[in-house]
Design a binder for this molecule. Structure first.
Ligand SMILES: Cc1cc2nc3c(=O)[nH]c(=O)nc-3n(C[C@H](O)[C@H](O)[C@H](O)COP(=O)(O)OP(=O)(O)OC[C@H]3O[C@@H](n4cnc5c(N)ncnc54)[C@H](O)[C@@H]3O)c2cc1C
Length: 437
């Protein structure tokens, strides 16, 4: 029997039949075969997208993970040419001992190269290096109507721009060449300080972001009144000396999905209070492994199961600088009042480095991301949040989304028409059908 695939949030619950293959030259035939049999398909990387952007409308997905070979590496220049199913963890395992690191990494190393390009992912150094798309030299794209095309800034440049952040709709990325950045150590020098309100967050961000490669904040989404907007500000840099080591900690795993979510208002409130108090009021420095700095969640395999059978949704928006403080304050007020949310709440200032991708999510401003156990009251809560985001000129992140309406999407991403014009007619996701058709 074929393996079933899901999105990370398991909401909407739409199991996908996995179609696996092993060679790049099989790709075009696979697309044609699935389109003839089911009407359309969609590439699926490693299912680290939360909502429905990685779900095929036909529920028949082309599983890319088995395209996992390295094709060429150059340790003088720090370039890697690899198949699209290679994960970021696999790249790090190869590159770190040679003194190279990913220029941009999201908060999971289990994303594939293809998935990282299709969502044009960003990380804690967006203010310094932009998105993943800023570091792609070229890629091979297989289309049902044109076969394999090489795409770069100078070759098939329209498809290059629309595939970066193109949600897997312009063709299947078979391979890609990326640029890495040099490091002297795999460890990260970090500094942590807690803040008491949003104004302090913005002051810290203005003062520290430009001094550090990485910057991010945890925020207590349930804190109200005098404590509203409190959190922990974290900055980091690659250590100037130290070992170049791959982290191979034993990973724990959530073995099964409970019937109901283990996250509730009481457990969350107690946890947030303890976590905030645990952090120092004065800036404190320490050296940590790259693994615990970038990928704390990856150390607990299948952590998405703690949300139970109904799954969960992540709400991630970015608000332009002009309205960032007031709109974020309003969003947090509504969330705290609702008593919903999760421990995983992240605030991050994005920079102004433009992505080569047409549909990239970040813009100069502040991004807020947090998880919510799925329940019937979420729709009304998200409606209220969406209104604030759109009035502030912000937008939601398709990689995390399972609810945004088409009108908001098309307004926030005016380049959608160019993407639709270049979409491979054989590829269609549940997300795209929801927001476009
Ligand atoms: C714990 C956690 C932390 C995260 N942190 C961040 C973060 O900090 N920043 C951020 O930006 N994102 C973050 N994400 C989201 C994640 O990085 C993205 O959703 C990423 O795209 C997932 O990659 P994937 O390989 O699992 O792709 P999937 O989720 O399987 O697919 C994502 C998209 O890529 C397309 N796709 C996959 N392979 C190909 C291919 N070969 N060719 C063309 N299209 C393809 C799919 O059709 C789909 O549209 C996080 C996710 C998790 C679970």
């Amino acid at each position: 029997m074929s393996e079933l695939l899901y999105s990370w949030g398991k909401y909407p619950y739409a199991p996908q039949t996995a179609h696996t293959f092993y060679w790049r030259n099989e790709l075009q035939n696979q697309i044609t075969r699935l389109t003839d049999a089911y009407g359309s398909t969609l590439p699926y990387g490693n299912g680290r997208s939360y909502g429905d952007s990685c779900l095929a409308i036909s529920s028949q997905a082309l599983h890319m993970r088995s395209l996992d070979r390295f094709i060429h590496v150059d340790w003088q220049k720090g370039t890697v040419l690899a198949e699209a199913g290679v994960t970021l963890a696999e790249i790090l395992a190869l590159a770190i001992p040679h003194g190279w690191f990913l220029c941009v990494t999201p908060g999971t190393q289990f994303a594939t190269l293809g998935g990282a390009i299709a969502n044009d992912v960003h990380g804690k150094n967006h203010h310094m290096r932009g998105t993943f798309g800023n570091h792609i030299r070229r890629f091979g794209l297989v289309r049902s109507d044109q076969g394999m095309l090489t795409c770069s800034l100078t070759e098939n440049s329209d498809l290059y721009a629309s595939t970066i952040g193109g949600l897997g709709l312009t063709g299947i990325i078979a391979w890609t060449e990326i640029q890495l950045m040099p490091i002297s150590s795999s460890q990260i020098d970090t500094s942590v300080v807690r803040f008491s309100n949003l104004a302090e967050f913005f002051t810290l961000s203005a003062e520290l972001d430009h001094q550090h490669e990485y910057s991010v904040a945890w925020i207590d989404c349930l804190a109200k009144d005098n404590n509203a907007g409190r959190g922990v500000f974290i900055v980091g840099d690659h250590a100037p000396y130290g070992p170049l080591e791959i982290e191979t900690h034993h990973k724990m795993s959530i073995p099964l999905t409970p019937c109901f979510s283990l996250i509730n208002n009481l457990s969350l409130r107690a946890f947030n209070e303890t976590y905030w108090r645990f952090h120092p009021p004065k800036q404190t420095f320490k050296r940590s492994s790259y693994d615990s700095f970038f990928y704390p969640l990856d150390s607990l395999l299948h952590w998405n199961r703690i949300y139970g059978r109904k799954g969960f949704q992540q709400y991630q928006c970015v608000i332009p600088d002009a309205a960032a403080e007031s709109a974020t304050k309003e969003l947090l007020k509504i969330i705290a009042k609702s008593g919903q949310g999760s421990f995983l709440a992240v605030l991050k200032r994005c920079g102004n480095i433009a992505s080569p991708g047409l549909m990239s999510f970040p813009l100069p401003g502040t991004s807020l991301a947090l998880d919510f156990p799925q329940n019937p009251s979420l729709a009304a809560l998200f409606d209220r949040l969406d209104k604030i985001v759109h009035e502030a000129g912000g937008r939601l992140y398709p990689a995390k989304d399972a609810h945004m309406n088409g009108i908001d999407f098309r307004k926030a991403y005016p380049a959608w028409e160019k993407l639709e014009a270049l979409r491979d007619p054989s590829l269609m996701s549940r997300f795209w059908k929801r927001v476009i058709l």
